[in-house]
Design a protein around this ligand. Sequence first.
Ligand code: GLY
Length: 578
Amino acid sequence: MSVSLHGRVLVLSLLLTGTAAFAADGSPKTATGNAAQVQSAQLQQRPGHAAIASANYLATNAGLEVLAKGGNAFDAAVAVASTLSVVEPESSGIGGGFMAVLHRAKDDHDVFIDARETAPAAVNPRDYLNPDGSPNRDTALKGPLSAGIPGEPAGLVLIAKRYGRLPLQQSLAPAIRTARDGFQPDARLRHSIAEEQQNIQRWPASVAKYLPDGKPPADGAIWRDPDQARTWELIAAHGDDGFYRGETAQKLVAAVRAAGGNWTLADLAGYQAKERTPIVVNYRGYRIVTAPPPSSGGVAIAEILNILSGFDLSKMDQAQRVHYIVEAMRRAFRDHNDYLGDPDFVKMPLDMLLSPYYADGLRQSILPDRATPSSMLPRAEAPEPGMHTTHFSIIDADGNMAAITSTVNYVMGSTFVAAGTGVLLNDEMDDFALVPNKPNVYGLLGSAANAPAPGKRMLSSMSPSIVIGADRTAVIGSPGGSTIITQVLEGILHFIDGESAQQIAAHKRFHHQYMPDEVMVEDGTFDPATSDALTKMGYALKQRESWGFMNVVTWDRKTNQLDAASDPRRPSGLGKVQ
Ligand code: GLY
């Protein structure tokens, strides 16, 4: 690579180390489409009807049922999330955590709900190493040591109490009924159980739940989960105490410790879901409200949009457009690896990372006609991005909005069910940088900022977002490990380009995450001429099977039309307008 690129990288390094007290507003300084910030006065409209898009039709219907009983978008969110715990346990649930961006219409209040898991007090980094010092991928991803203290129950109780209209008994009723009466597992759940069968077989309570006759449920079988129904009932009756104290807490701790884990009752009693200030970035006249740390998603999306705001993408051919987007992704993911962690533990240079001046420097380091090898932007390694987690989007009749991404991390989480609770524990500990500079399951690297510590939240890629324009609004998100960030980014760009909810959910995708230094490409994304042009610029294109499960709701305020779309890549999803 040329000396001039080296020079640019040196300039970039200086820009990176020189912190400055810039405003944490992502307003693009040199934006081609830098229209005025959307004023809240323009947003005071009611759609008069509602829309929900989620990964499973039973969950979407649960949300609509709660709206019909007088609930708002936030009550519906509680119903959708708790029902997903029952019908889509491979992706999210009661033993996991979530991140949410909520918009309350009556006072234009935006808030981020952090229901991310925390490390137990006895967390010990040596538990995630083999005797020879190499990373132990089994303890990081399977069994009770891989599980953080769950955040989903506390997060849902917080949403219901502070933002909902209905008591938990009503918003949790569909999940309790579905778990008690049973449902037919869809093909994706049956496939996930089969995929994880060997791990599930290691834990008796997991076998009892997922392999009832020694094998995954058959097509058409009715599947019941009375233990989970009872745990949700305790939460409905006692709020946080139904999970984090008393009977459920005792069963969770007993099961975890009996299987070699280290949770205590104090870990559970000490868990708190938190309200945080979301990240807001202005781009081409739209206000994008997205996830702050301990998600890396909002910081990366803001950084990418700030870099892109200096280009007029609409005047470029596809290859040129992809080139600039990938270079922006590359730079944002490098910062992800170096700086981000739990804001309660780590001081992060967010003013710098979100500053338009910082973006100016990054933009200048992009060559117009060729890729910048990631090795020229110091740091490194490789992955297989997993595709689990779930996202749903809601707009209610009053214009309240909920974007919620929820997870147990990898497929079927830890595969460990705590006996007597119906709670499948997450394997979120792998989202910490358990071994510095060694990739996690998504190939993401981490530094001290994301090292495990007692009570600390592990970094996430979850990027629930709300995009608010003068005429059109979108609630958007997706699962997909590290690809969540680029999926949501591309969805935002497509929405701003005028695409419908259906077009956004269906749009072909590409992804770059700094390391490995390759562009992951879904089949059919680029025509041969674009692939050829990108290859000539120095990009390694790697064809991958489809990824993501985007669920988008849009609201056109001129026509007052709501649209709800679930990713056509997965037939079990349902977007529905009521
Ligand atoms: N467990 C996936 C994420 O939070 O990014």
